[in-house]
Design a protein around this ligand. Structure first.
Ligand SMILES: Nc1nc2c(c(=O)[nH]1)N[C@H]1C(S)=C(S)[C@@H](COP(=O)(O)OP(=O)(O)OC[C@H]3O[C@@H](n4cnc5c(=O)[nH]c(N)nc54)[C@H](O)[C@@H]3O)O[C@H]1N2
Ligand SMILES: Nc1nc2c(c(=O)[nH]1)N[C@H]1C(S)=C(S)[C@@H](COP(=O)(O)OP(=O)(O)OC[C@H]3O[C@@H](n4cnc5c(=O)[nH]c(N)nc54)[C@H](O)[C@@H]3O)O[C@H]1N2
Ligand SMILES: [Mo]
Length: 710
């Protein structure tokens, strides 16, 4: 007999969808959109195909203790009792020998939306009770924008509900590929509707992304990491052609005059003209002028930046400039406009309880620099000397920048433990691997991106041998003497009741039956109250206004005004590499385990002209190299990427032998030097060289891989 359960996927795709799981004889047979979903919402291929993950033959079903060298894959199965005893003993030893801060928490986007089954909050709660561990701060995703935007807008809560795009006159997707990486589960359909209405939709991206193709719309190419320059040139046109909204600027912002001087070149002698930017951004000057004119004459315009524009050196200023553009054109706080700040999930959600963290303010290191902290410790200026790793919900030996460095860091510690459903590249380097459930195997409340809460039922029994992260921590806390403080005597179901009791949900039965609780409004525009009445609703900035120039930001280590900078060219590494997010994977999830994850092939995108110059044909095996490392993958030659830029999708699992990765993980070539002052990631400021190689691995130019001339 078929049974239907309301569920919600707990993946980090940028959405969070109301789904229905169809179960037959205790087995999940299908996941589909809930028939109660909002009209414009739709699930993505990763969530809809999650059954393939659930029943993957690669699921781990027993705790594993490392027996071979780290990374070798040598493990033996042990019982849960032995595994938890061993973990307790090792953690206690670490604490007694080196102190609590010698243990670092690592974790990422595995199960990050749940109120209870949340790899970040559970681990922080557990370690906070265990003692003064070293936490990781910030994130790989949005660090630069999250750091910088509060200086200009006083808040990061400056998004908009996708329904408001009904009112947009023009939509600019600036480094945003909403058909693959989702800005909530409604935005793509809303933009498609707008396009059908005749609204001009522009995509600014180094590659012709699926958003360009799917919308059949205009592609404005830009070199990665040069968006601030392009924005400056757009602003130059707006200023010189008198297309700015001076009333809005004077009413709601401070600091426009010094920026204007900079843009016109009055303060530094360099006018930021379309011709000037065109040379540096690879965007034709005429395209910049045409874009700026349409932008300046249409009202309202929704400028939607992706996170890609800020995952680069100087990413903070790209984030600030996007807000400035929306300020000078008067589009902030208006229905159909946008603040220009990253918008997805950046509005209040319905109130609901969630697992508390109970931290004793641990010391922390920026996550982007975790291997530097492990390898360098106090001597290198980090707050602690790290001897142990506790990893839950992250796969940083695939996803963290500079994989070779990450491997050295994992090799250096005395003890490492992870909770993982799969034998990931990171798990292979851990001493103890504890297998966990996946979301269809447990009950939770899920926080999606829009103004909703979702209830996700347990659709199927867990596969034999795995445990919930929550239960693992309960049992380990019990052994370490703080079981009661961790669980407060509650099982998972009791926690969910407790969270609901703290929520604004009035009809609990309906929430559980339908799986959906809707907040009252779905046409919210961030900062609209400030725009309606700035005296009563001032921004949380020193002036109460939008701070185009920010003294506070300068005091925080930045510059008063955004600066046009981009990474320096390198004649030995002539190509720029981007590593966008894949459609059929969430980062590395499904990357190594399912045929679906491999649909996003690990091939390097190469422009036709570059390919011709390098004597590379479609399908040829090539080496991509820089000082960080080396990758061998096939080339995919097309006109879908700008000349001078290559693209390797993030999330493929590295497969490294003799220093060469044949898995195609871009993080073999990225570095942990952050963008400052936010300490954010800079995975889009990477320079590389690409060369054709023979199938035996020898370079076509006659140099063998060790660099010795043949
Ligand atoms: N080159 C490059 N690198 C990047 C990026 C880029 O654009 N380019 N993007 C960066 C960004 S934005 C991010 S957010 C990071 C993501 O980095 P990660 O968070 O490390 O990436 P994931 O592959 O999502 O890893 C999550 C892990 O959690 C596991 N997991 C899933 N569910 C559960 C669960 O319930 N319990 C436990 N214990 N584990 C679970 C999964 O199997 C997976 O191994 O990658 C960053 N890396
Ligand atoms: N399917 C799927 N969805 C996801 C994820 C996933 O792994 N898979 N990851 C989720 C997470 S954690 C995050 S943080 C977000 C990531 O969201 P984003 O960071 O916005 O996503 P990216 O794919 O890195 O980049 C978006 C687009 O920007 C382009 N781009 C790259 N560099 C630049 C640049 O310098 N300038 C400009 N203008 N464009 C550039 C890329 O080619 C790509 O088409 O996505 C989320 N959604
Ligand atoms: Mo992310």
């Amino acid at each position: 007999m078929n049974k239907l359960y309301p569920v919600s996927c707990n993946l980090d795709c940028g959405a969070g969808c109301p789904l229905t799981a169809r179960v037959k004889n205790g087995r999940l047979v299908r996941i589909q959109n809930s028939h109660l979903k909002p009209v414009h919402a739709s699930a993505c291929p990763v969530g809809l195909n999650y059954g393939k993950m659930l029943y993957s033959p690669d699921r781990l079903t027993s705790p594993l203790l490392r027996t071979g060298p780290r990374g070798s894959g040598g493990f033996k199965k042990i019982s849960w009792d032995n595994a938890l005893d061993y973990a307790a003993e090792k953690l206690t030893h670490l604490r007694e020998t080196y102190g609590g801060s010698s243990l670092i928490r690592l974790g990422g986007s595995g199960s990050c939306r749940g109120a209870l089954h949340n790899t970040a909050s559970l681990t922080q709660r557990f370690l906070g009770l265990w003692g003064d561990y070293t936490n990781t701060s910030g994130n790989y995703s949005s660090q630069a924008t999250s750091f910088a935007v509060p200086f200009i807008l006083g808040t990061n809560q400056a998004g908009f509900d996708p329904g408001t795009l009904e009112h947009a006159g023009m939509i600019i997707l600036w480094g945003a590929n909403i058909f693959d990486v989702r800005f909530g589960n409604e935005t793509a359909r809303r933009i498609l509707d707008a396009k059908k209405r005749g609204v001009s939709v522009v995509v600014i991206d180094p590659r012709r992304s699926r958003s360009v193709k799917h919308l059949g719309t205009e592609w404005v190419p830009v070199f990665p990491g040069t968006d601030t320059l392009l924005m400056a040139a757009v602003l130059h046109v707006l200023i010189t052609e008198n297309r700015i909204d001076l009333d809005f600027i004077n009413t709601y912002s401070i600091g426009f005059e010094p920026l204007k001087k900079y843009i016109l070149g009055e303060s530094d002698g360099i006018p930021k003209t379309p011709a000037w930017a065109g040379e540096r951004c690879g965007t034709p000057a005429q395209t910049i002028i045409s874009l700026a004119r349409r932008y300046g004459t249409t009202n309202p315009v929704a400028l939607i930046p992706g996170l890609s524009i800020q995952r680069t050196l100087g990413g903070e200023d790209a984030a600030r400039m996007a807000v400035i553009l929306q300020t000078v054109t008067g589009n902030i706080g208006k229905m159909g406009g946008s603040s220009g700040a990253y918008s997805s999930g950046r509005l209040p959600k319905p109130r609901c309880g969630r697992m508390g963290v109970l931290e004793n303010t641990p010391v922390s290191v920026p996550v982007y620099r975790f291997p530097d902290a492990i390898l360098g410790g106090k001597k290198a200026g980090f707050p602690s000397d790290i001897k142990g790793i506790y990893n839950v919900g992250g796969n940083f030996l695939s996803q963290g920048s500079d994989i070779n460095k990450n491997i050295r860091a994992f090799n250096q510690v005395a003890f490492s433990i992870c909770h993982e459903p799969f034998m990931t590249p990171t798990a292979r380097y851990c001493d103890l691997v504890l297998p966990t459930t996946l979301w269809p195997e447990r009950e939770d409340i899920v926080f999606p991106t829009g103004n909703y809460l979702l209830y996700s039922h347990q659709a199927v029994a867990p596969v034999k041998g795995v445990k919930n992260d929550y239960d693992i921590f309960c049992e380990l806390a019990e052994r370490l003497g703080f079981g009661q403080a961790f669980s407060q005597g509650k099982d998972a179901g009791q926690w969910l009741d407790f969270f609901i009791a703290e929520s604004e949900i009035d009809d609990v039965n309906a929430f559980r039956e339908t799986g959906i609780f809707s907040g009252p409004h779905h046409h919210r525009v961030g900062l609209s109250e400030f725009i309606a009445n700035k005296e009563n609703n001032p921004l949380n900035t020193p002036s109460g206004l939008i701070e185009i120039a920010s003294q506070a930001y300068a005091r925080a280590g930045g510059r008063v005004l955004p600066l046009c900078q981009s990474s320096a060219p390198d004649k030995n590494l002539p190509l720029r590499m981007i590593s966008p997010h894949p459609r059929f994977r969430i980062h590395s999830q499904t990357g190594g385990n399912t045929p679906m994850g491999q649909k996003d092939k690990a091939t390097v995108w190469l422009n036709e002209t570059d390919a011709k110059n390098l004597n590379i044909r479609d399908g040829d095996l090539v080496a991509i190299t820089n000082t960080q490392g080396r990758i061998h993958v096939a080339a995919s030659v097309s006109g879908d990427i700008m000349e001078g830029v290559v693209c390797l999708l993030e999330g493929a699992w590295p497969d490294i032998e003799f220093g060469v990765d044949t898995g195609g993980s871009p993080n073999m070539l990225t570095a942990t030097e952050p963008t400052l002052p936010s300490e954010g990631s800079r995975t889009h400021s990477v320079r590389v060289k690409v060369e054709r190689i023979g199938n035996d691995g020898a370079l076509a130019s006659g140099i063998c891989l060790s660099g010795v001339k043949l």
